[in-house]
Design a protein around this ligand. Structure first.
Ligand SMILES: Nc1ncnc2c1ncn2[C@@H]1O[C@H](COP(=O)(O)OP(=O)(O)O)[C@@H](O)[C@H]1O
Ligand SMILES: [Mg+2]
Length: 325
């Protein structure tokens, strides 16, 4: 039994891009929730709708995208009904976003410290510049950067440090949810691990929830409480991380697990899932995964399977399963 309402509840979210080539449903019928101080991992191959999902939560889906259906409840309030002003207030203060490439969010001609002063004072106009700088120095300490670096320009920092700056900016207003979208993809493996551990440590220290988006299941397995596996705009599996690891039900999830080096699963040694995801403009009939599925039956190519609840907190979209199985 849940003691309190989740921090975030998403119901039947559907997002479309109305591009020249046609209309694409990048996210379709996605539902999940995030509790306070919880980490939710979102995994799937490039193009499956992860960023669109993350950006939707802040209503930042780029043109020509639009949210066509669904509900996004933050502490019980539907964000999709917020005015532009309420939305501006929400961004950074309630929910913030860490992008893959920090250079897209940092202004190259502005010193790092100025980014903090601007952000803090935009939301809290009464805070003096001096106070804002002091807060920025404290944030630098929290993310493991020497506070003198506050006077640097973005290009003077290494990629890893820039990403730490982005994380400091993301937590500057003490939001209840941080969305980190492939925050370490551009970094080398060691820096990557440090940044991910930093995110989790900050989650604990600040008591915020984290949505960690990645194409790499191994990254979220150990670091998330729950995981959403996306495939071609659909959520194909949603469960506690331990259950994704011990009892993956969707053949796609099973394939992703097998592709992780050193994860021992049965006697299978074949690593990659053959083939590639479908073009969203030209989806196969039936299950979107069947052309790549090792256990596809004829009916898989005819009917699209619904998302069903197979066990407590375990959902899967695959024709093999029946409700409660
Ligand atoms: N700006 C855009 N214009 C048109 N279609 C887009 C745009 N951005 C994304 N899409 C479509 O949405 C799908 C999902 O994209 P995205 O959410 O970026 O996936 P991911 O983050 O998983 O790589 C893409 O495969 C593409 O078809
Ligand atoms: Mg993306």
């Amino acid at each position: 039994m849940k003691v309190s309402q989740p921090l975030l509840t998403v119901n039947d979210l559907t997002v479309e891009y109305w591009a020249r080539r046609g209309k694409v449903r990048a996210v379709e019928g996605v539902s999940f929730s995030v509790d306070k101080s919880e980490t939710l991992g979102v995994v799937g191959e490039s193009g499956c709708g992860k960023s669109t999902l993350g950006l939707s939560l802040m209503q930042l889906v780029p043109y020509p995208g639009r949210i066509v259906k669904g509900e996004i409840l933050l502490n019980g309030r539907d964000v999709l009904r917020f005015s532009a002003n309420e939305m501006r207030n929400l961004r950074g203060k309630d929910i913030s976003y860490v992008f893959q490439d920090p250079m897209t969010s940092l202004n190259p001609v502005k010193k790092i410290g100025a980014h903090f002063v601007e952000l803090i004072r935009a939301h809290e106009p009464k805070v003096s510049e001096k106070e804002a700088v002091a807060r920025a120095r404290k944030l630098f300490k929290d993310v493991g950067i020497q506070s003198e670096r506050i006077g640097d320009y973005p290009h003077q920092l290494s990629g890893g440090m820039r990403q730490r700056v982005m994380i400091a900016l993301a937590i500057a207003l003490n939001p209840s949810l941080v969305i980190a979208d492939e925050p370490t993809t551009a970094l080398d493996v060691i820096v990557q691990a440090k940044i991910l551990d930093l995110l989790n440590a900050l989650r604990d220290a600040y008591g915020m929830a984290l949505v960690l988006i990645t194409h790499d299941l191994s990254i979220v397995l150990e670091r998330s409480d729950r995981i959403i596996v996306m495939y071609a705009g659909h959520m194909v599996e949603y469960a506690r991380s331990a259950d994704i690891f011990k009892n993956p039900q969707h053949p796609y999830t099973q394939g992703l697990l097998k592709a992780i080096p050193n994860v021992e699963l049965d006697e299978q040694t074949l690593n990659a899932i053959a083939g590639s995801p479908p073009d969203l403009l030209n989806l196969p009939k039936g299950c979107r995964f069947w052309p790549r599925c090792y256990c596809a039956k004829i009916r898989c190519g005819e009917e699209e399977p619904p998302l069903i609840n197979t066990a407590p907190d375990h959902y899967v979209r695959c024709g093999k399963y029946k409700e409660g199985e």
